[in-house]
Design a protein around this ligand. Structure first.
Ligand code: IMP
Length: 185
């Protein structure tokens, strides 16, 4: 059983305040459009729901799935699949991610969105973990920069554990408990 640092890295209040700031920026930038807010399951589901409400503008919400192929991070391979038929041609899409780490998943999502002929794509990630980036990606909006920790809560999981925690916490690897140095990630 994995453990977490009981002291949140980011509290629910800090997250909510940042969500309001991001929403204000996005509302200003996308004024005059009717964006499709496209959340990436499952990690970004909670963030997408909060951000979409905070946007306070006429918008659609939908979800997409993305799964990285283990071991192929450097080749930028990730599987993208729809939860229902999406027609993105000519649309303004706000892609909502939970965390961008190596960049593999986001670059696959961008390729998928461009093949679907979305007119404008803006990317909003709650967390940016740039230290292990292998695929350069552009982020339009990023909530918080995180160090090379594995974080869980507020939708993010470790093997389906901790997703429903209201705050973000750092996962503690078993070796940390025995005093061995952490490798993180
Ligand atoms: P990337 O393809 O390496 O950028 O990884 C993106 C995906 O890996 C995210 O959407 C998450 O599902 C997962 N991930 C990466 N780092 C973390 C973390 O610290 N906690 C939980 N999930 C993570």
């Amino acid at each position: 059983m994995m453990r977490i640092d009981p002291e949140p890295l980011l509290t629910a209040e800090q997250i909510a305040a940042r969500v309001r700031e991001l929403a204000a920026d996005i509302r200003r930038d996308l004024a005059g459009t009717r964006p499709l807010v496209l959340g990436v399951l499952k990690g970004a589901a909670f963030f997408t729901a909060d951000l979409a409400r905070a946007l306070d503008m006429d918008a659609e919400v939908n979800f997409i799935r993305a799964r990285s192929y283990a071991g192929t991070a450097s080749t930028g391979k990730a599987a993208v699949s729809e939860t229902e038929d999406l027609c993105l041609r000519g649309r303004t899409v706000l892609l909502v991610e939970d965390i961008v780490d190596t960049g593999t998943t986001l670059s696959a999502l961008r390729a998928w969105l461009s093949a679907a002929e979305a007119e404008t794509v803006r990317v909003c990630t709650l967390l940016d973990k740039p230290f292990r980036r292998t695929t350069p990606v552009t982020l339009d909006y990023a909530g918080f920069l995180v160090e090379n920790h594995f974080v869980v809560g507020y939708g993010l999981d470790y093997e389906e554990q901790f997703r429903t925690l209201p705050a973000l916490h750092v996962l503690k690897w078993p070796e940390e408990a025995s005093g061995r140095p952490s490798v993180g990630g």
